[in-house]
Design a protein around this ligand. Structure first.
Ligand code: BGC
Length: 359
């Protein structure tokens, strides 16, 4: 490990009275001892953490969880790229100039990983990517690169399973959630950011899962809302205008967009306690299932309150553990294969999703 810390040196004394020099010498000695005790010798490894956008609620929580897990083990410095790969590249260059021991990177653009790996390799600084998956050929550029994430196919299959169960489980006999009784489910899909592996795979795989189960989905629209709550809120206005009462299901690639859709729908009179029983649920008129992914705290609250039907937990807490444990192992020479979440094929750590509804 490189040394980054310079112990303070004593300065010139000049022509000073003896007692001043003695006092100064004692002062310097005390200072040196304090500095040595404070970390000249036993300092935590310096790790720079880069994330694509701190305003993304999923990433915000994820970063907090990494910081909590790292407390007392890694000296972490965080950098928010505010959704700009250019800014993130500058941040990485700046951080590398201070010779950190390791980088943890949530790239803005997953294709940006190519440059990041090459820069880090040149400096000999290992990199752990998370959440936005680099291309496998970019990870193969250097043996000291890792990825911690979750398999998007799995989240889509769990999402489809929640919905299939809700609609009765039998494709030939949909229950009352098929409000027009036509044997197909009129659906709007809210898609995350184009090109993001989770948006592409979740959308394709949820459709495939329904097909495999022989459930007929009638796709009214697939709307890109970039993972963003307010974008989904705005799009929902036009979608409700266009499709209104036809809509029987909303599948969202994440919770933030699902919550945005629900806010707009509530404004349009959906999710009201129309039967006056004090609860918001499927027994009310104009209650339609909305399903997200992530398991944000607010999503869980809205499930409990009857607005959101379900979500699939995208387990950032476990991923944060896996990231920090891997970082520490790499920096202390521990074999990563011995970790609770060991890398597969020497590179990938996959954390399972978990379905979540009131049941
Ligand atoms: C999450 C989204 C998040 C995105 C950021 C996805 O895995 O489900 O909520 O916006 O990652 O990259």
């Amino acid at each position: 490990m490189r040394s980054r810390y310079q112990c303070p040196r004593s300065g010139k004394t000049g022509q000073l009275p003896i007692k001043w020099i003695t006092a100064a010498a004692i002062g310097v000695l005390v200072l040196v001892l304090v500095v040595a005790a404070a970390g000249c010798t036993s300092e935590a490894p310096e790790v720079a953490l880069f994330y694509y956008n701190g305003e993304d609620p999923y990433i915000h929580t994820f970063v907090e969880q990494i910081k909590e897990r790292a407390a007392g083990r890694l000296a972490l410095t965080g950098y928010d790229a505010r959704n700009s790969q250019t800014l993130q590249n500058e941040q990485i260059d700046g951080a590398l100039a201070d010779a950190p021991d390791l980088l943890i990177v949530n790239p803005v653009d997953r294709l940006g990983a190519y440059t990041i790996v090459n820069r880090a390799r040149k400096e000999g600084v290992p990199v752990i990517f998370f959440n936005r998956e680099p291309l496998s050929e970019d990870l193969e550029l250097w043996s000291q690169t890792y990825y911690v994430g979750a398999r998007a196919e799995q989240s889509a299959r769990f999402q489809a399973r929640l919905i299939i169960d809700l609609f009765g489980g039998d494709p030939a006999k949909l229950n009352a959630y098929d409000t027009d009784g036509d044997g197909a489910i009129q659906t709007i899909i809210l898609k995350g950011e184009q090109g993001h592996q989770d948006a592409e795979i979740r959308t394709a795989e949820v459709l495939r899962a329904f097909e495999t189960a022989q459930f007929e989905l009638d796709i009214l629209a697939i709307e890109v809302s970039n993972w963003d709550r307010s974008e989904a809120y705005n799009r929902m206005e036009e979608l409700l205008e266009a499709f209104g009462e036809q809509v029987e299901l909303i599948i969202s690639n994440n919770d933030a967009m699902a919550l945005g859709a629900i806010s707009r729908m509530r404004q349009e009179g959906y999710f009201a306690d129309t039967n006056g029983d004090g609860a918001i649920d499927a027994a009310d008129e104009r209650w339609i299932p909305v399903v997200g992914i992530d398991g944000l705290d607010e999503a869980v609250r809205q499930i409990e309150d009857g607005y959101l039907y379900g979500t699939v937990k995208n387990d950032s807490l476990r991923m944060a553990e896996a990231i920090v444990d891997l970082a520490e192992a790499l920096l202390t020479g521990t074999d990563p294969a011995e970790l609770t979440f060991p890398p597969e094929d020497g590179t990938y750590i996959w954390i399972d999703y978990q379905p979540f509804t009131l049941e």
